[in-house]
Design a binder for this molecule. Structure first.
Ligand code: HEC
Ligand code: HEC
Length: 418
């Protein structure tokens, strides 16, 4: 076979690589991939299979450095709160939002406020039952997330269903298993409270309160609930004494051997992304009628396929947003600032303590088809596990506690007609 004539210079540059080049390229890619994988797997080596092959001919590779933090944004203090251009901060707006946050008249039957499920008085800003209660006559179906630091997330809710706090809050006031109020009714009620009419006028320049402005005000208040200046921030700022020795060891584990920082990093100590950990299932969807009703209702409302509507027994998480089977069971990584005040943990409140959470990770997480590859049994000693908890506790600052303000009363209209 004669060699094909050389193509002109220009085409030659673009010709596909021949077999040898392919082999070389493939080799390089393989090498890089192996290096990368080894870097991620810096934890204890998995137990060797019993029928182990011949001993390695080369000396074992030295342990990689403890930290792999350079591959992720470092843990850092929180930046200034970002306010959206169409809803900038003013102190008067935040104050109005605070009143609305506590006002039960913003729910259908006048019995629930944001504060009912996100209590400010104990500093948790998220009630302590594993699954939240719901609008009277219903239950919710998820754990009430804390609203601490919600200002910083790109998407709100465990499945990321809301793209702004304002949109999240609309769901909270009007959703069937939360506030369940008709927004026009909410506006009528606000208009019947002269103090609100005055405050809305001052903040938004409107004659009567608008429901959409109420959303802006309550969102502004929430953006002020942030956990800056926790002991760990002082440590990052150079104050070595801000962390106990235990917490320092826990920090090294967190960004090293325990691989927590793969998903919990940056100022929020969350990648603001979604993963499946295989958290133990919540039994109520199968054995409690009210839980089951809400569960079915949510499948329908969130557009699960008919198949899944009928067969699902667990919260499908990110799937509801993307409708991809590969996203079933994925939930947003929660930030860990102030986590010691926000038990129970996970989207369904499966764990009551940070110790239980750490023990769960130590076992490599739970069972789930889409489980994150980063979760592997860690083999941490009891001391190491308690070091991790000590580090998590150093992410807790002073409790953010707020007592309910006095709310302005309804007054009847003077129609002027006599
Ligand atoms: C009946 C209880 C209930 C009420 C009332 C309620 N919430 Fe929630 N809230 C929840 C639950 C449960 C979740 C988790 C929902 C989910 O992930 O789908 C949640 C989630 C949130 C989140 C998301 C936090 C995050 O980090 O993703 C914010 C913000 C929030 N609520 C604010 C509010 C505000 C503001 C109000 C009042 C307007 C309110 N909630 C009323 C139970 C409630
Ligand atoms: C693969 C990503 C990933 C890794 C690695 C990871 N987490 Fe998480 N973490 C998450 C996600 C996602 C959730 C929420 C899961 C859910 O609700 O189903 C979570 C939840 C938590 C919570 C509960 C917070 C709350 O408010 O409910 C704690 C505490 C926590 N992780 C600590 C850790 C620690 C400590 C490590 C290391 C041992 C770790 N995480 C490793 C992704 C990760």
């Amino acid at each position: 076979m004669t060699a094909a004539p050389e193509p002109p210079e220009e085409t030659r540059v673009r010709r596909p690589p021949n077999r040898i080049e392919f082999v070389i390229l493939f080799g390089i890619v393989l090498l890089l991939a192996t290096l990368l994988v080894n870097r991620f797997r810096s934890g204890p080596a998995p137990a060797a299979p019993s029928a182990s092959p011949a001993p390695p001919t080369t000396a074992p590779t030295p342990e990689p450095p403890l930290t792999f933090a350079s591959e992720f944004p470092p843990l850092a203090p929180l930046p200034e709160v970002p306010y959206p251009p169409d809803n900038p901060y003013t102190p008067e707006k935040a104050e109005l939002g605070e009143l609305l946050y506590f006002d039960t008249r913003m729910s259908g039957d006048g019995s629930l406020s944001c504060n009912s499920c996100h209590p400010a008085s104990d500093g948790s800003w998220g009630i302590s039952s594993p699954i939240s209660f719901g609008y009277p006559g219903s239950t919710h179906w998820r754990n009430a997330s804390t609203i601490i630091n919600s200002a910083y997330y790109a998407r709100l809710n465990w499945d990321g269903s809301a793209t702004s706090i304002e949109k999240q809050n609309h769901g909270a006031w009007t959703g069937a298993v939360a506030g369940n109020v008709d927004s026009a009714m909410a506006e009528e009620r606000l208009a019947q409270i002269p103090e609100y009419v005055r405050r809305f006028n001052e903040v938004f320049g409107t004659e009567y309160p608008a429901y959409t402005d109420a959303l802006k005000a309550v969102a502004t208040f929430q953006r002020t609930i942030v956990s800056q200046d926790v002991p760990f921030d002082a440590f990052l700022g150079g104050d070595e004494g801000a962390l106990s020795d235990e917490a320092k060891r826990g920090y090294a584990l967190f960004i090293g051997e325990a691989k927590c920082a793969a998903c919990h990093h940056g100022p929020l100590i969350s990648d603001d992304s979604f993963h499946s950990l295989g958290v133990p299932e919540y039994s109520g969807f199968e054995d409690n009628a009210l839980n089951q009703i809400t569960f079915r209702f949510e499948q329908l409302a969130k557009g699960a396929t008919e198949d899944l509507y009928a067969s699902a027994t667990q919260d499908l998480g990110l799937y509801y947003i993307t409708k991809l089977e590969s996203d079933i069971g994925k939930f947003r990584t929660p930030g860990l600032r102030d986590a010691c005040y926000t038990a129970p943990y996970m989207h369904n409140g499966a764990f009551g303590t940070l110790e239980e959470v750490v023990a769960f990770y130590n076992e490599g997480g739970g069972e789930s088809p889409n489980k994150a590859a980063q979760l592997q049994p860690l083999g941490l000693s009891p001391q190491q596990q308690s070091d991790l908890v000590a580090f998590l506790t150093s992410l807790c600052g002073e409790r953010l506690v707020l007592e309910a303000p006095d709310l302005p009363p309804y007054e009847t209209w003077d129609s002027g007609g006599g």
